[in-house]
Design a protein around this ligand. Structure first.
Ligand code: SAH
Length: 494
């Protein structure tokens, strides 16, 4: 299951939100930005945020009126089989109302939340109530193959039809379903192998529900439950997947991705490696901002015995999750985290991938500066840019611009120009290793913030960096191994 989003509108709902989060450690609490100043993860637009989560398949737990959620999601409600669980919770915790996502286990989630809040869940699906089982969300290891038949099937069941069971499944035999060998309806259990053989066979009759049973999946589910309840020693691998392309990912990282029980990370990065995700691996996607919450969540999962992969792009130690993990580890210091085995697995950082595209602009001393003034004041950034210019470092700029930060790159260029020639070779590398990769060689004088976005890394040469041609039109940028400039750069006073 994707990481559930608990959505609150005011600080007053936070006590209940935290009670829910305690029962669902994977969940992240999001609050309306100007009303919940104490929260790390906030949103400005309720409708857009909820719709975005819904489309990303994240369970939505709204501490708000059911009507608000219904109106917000109405335009998106289409495919019953695909929709994630959506629940409305009364802001005082007195009611837990599952609204959508029966196939994805909304009733089960409602029961879990209701238990945490010590109330009765408002389960409204009659079949679930009367037969003591949820045909739409079977237990681990079972998958309903033809959910499109469920509506008619359950209607007939509720109208009194009996059901015959083909195959074996204790969760069905032990339910209150009216099982009879002459039943008009059929519940059929088949193994994963049988289903594979029958893939081309005709679809099941309308009065039949087919469940595919995969013993491997049960084993995996039981194994992870068991290791969690025994509190066995979990581990956390903080992985750098490189800029994007699988060829730029280390063998160690690939291996750790393959053996993890849980993947945690920003959804864009999880999507990049999704083709490598084994069927049994759970995926917890979050948005880009809540790094510390994500780190804490990954540590908690590992403390329960999980084999957790926390996924960063590029290198995990460069403006990424590794530092966030150690920060939370030190500050929160939960006793349960003491025995977790932590490993940081390096990746190719954006600047290395960018440099490799054009030659060797980082061939001599260089430094790296993030232009984001979200986590540090602009004055510090400005002072570092000037110091780097004075010291004649080649410079890699990360986070050059974003939707809300448009002027910083132009300002950085302004700070560099008194110290460095306008002809200094400069590199703009966009979407490295991903679709739409674009690498442009320009000069410092030509650099404009409108040429960059949040997926661009910029490399500014030093006074020694050169552009050269090889053969017919092949251009290279490099910084020589020897430093020949004996006089430090002087400010250019025009
Ligand atoms: N840990 C990452 C950096 C994360 S900070 C790493 O080592 O690469 C995010 C910034 O990294 C972006 O704003 C951009 O400047 C740079 N970046 C990350 N991936 C990139 C890519 N595929 N192409 C170009 N720049 C990238």
């Amino acid at each position: 299951m994707n990481s559930p989003a608990i959505i609150v509108l005011t600080e007053a709902s936070l006590t209940i939100a935290h009670q829910i989060q305690a029962a669902l450690p994977a969940a992240v609490i999001y609050g309306l930005a100007h009303r919940t100043p104490s929260l790390a993860c906030t949103y400005d637009n309720f409708g857009e945020t909820v719709r975005e989560f819904f489309q990303a398949g994240r369970p939505i737990i709204g501490l708000c009126a059911a009507g608000i959620l219904i109106r917000t999601l109405a335009p998106l409600i289409r495919d019953k089989g695909q929709e994630p669980p959506v629940l409305a919770i009364a802001t005082d915790g007195s009611a837990v109302v599952p609204l959508l996502g029966g196939v994805q286990g909304v009733n089960e989630l409602a029961r879990q939340i209701a238990e945490a809040l010590q109330v009765a869940p408002a389960i409204t699906t009659t079949g679930d109530l009367r037969f003591g089982t949820a045909l739409l969300s079977p237990p681990p290891g079972y998958q309903l193959v033809n959910p499109e038949n469920a509506k008619t099937f359950i209607a007939e069941l509720l109208a009194g039809a009996e059901v015959q069971l083909k195959g074996e499944a204790a969760w069905l035999t032990n339910s209150q379903l009216p099982i009879s060998p002459t039943g008009k309806l059929t519940l059929q259990i088949e193994t994963a192998q049988q289903s594979a053989d029958q893939l081309t066979a005709k679809p099941a009759a309308p009065d039949c529900l087919v469940y595919r049973f995969d013993p491997q999946r049960v084993e995996q589910a039981l194994h992870s439950q068991e290791s969690r309840s025994q509190g066995s020693r979990g581990n956390l691998a903080i992985l750098g997947i490189g800029p994007g392309a699988a060829a730029w990912m280390s063998a160690e990282v690939k291996e750790r991705l393959k053996f993890a029980t849980d993947w945690v990370g920003y959804q864009t990065y999880l999507n990049l490696v999704e083709p490598l995700r084994p069927a049994h691996t759970r995926r917890y996607a979050s948005d880009n901002r809540c790094e510390l919450e994500r780190a804490e969540f990954a540590l908690d999962l590992a403390a329960q015995g999980g084999n957790v992969a926390l996924i960063s792009s590029g290198d995990p130690g460069i403006y990424a999750m590794a530092a966030a993990v150690f920060e939370v580890l030190e500050q929160k210091a939960k006793p349960a985290w003491e025995s977790i085995e932590i490993q940081v697995c390096p990746g190719i950082s954006a600047m290395q991938a960018a440099a490799a595209q054009v030659g060797a602009p980082l061939g001599h001393d260089f430094c790296v500066i993030s232009l984001s003034d979200i986590l540090k004041p602009w004055e510090v950034i400005a002072q570092r840019i000037t110091a780097a210019a004075q010291a004649d470092f080649a410079i890699a700029f990360y986070n050059p611009v974003s939707k809300d930060r448009s002027w910083q790159l132009d300002k950085a260029r302004e700070l560099l120009l008194p110290w460095r020639s306008a002809d200094t070779p400069t590199l703009l590398a966009h979407n490295l290793g991903r679709e739409g990769q674009r690498v442009v060689i320009t000069t410092l004088g030509q650099l404009k913030s409108t040429d960059a976005d949040m997926r661009t890394v910029i490399v500014i040469g030093s006074s020694q960096t050169r552009i050269m041609s090889q053969g017919q039109g092949q251009q290279w940028v490099y910084t020589p191994r020897h430093y020949r400039n004996r006089v430090p750069p002087q400010p250019d006073i025009h």
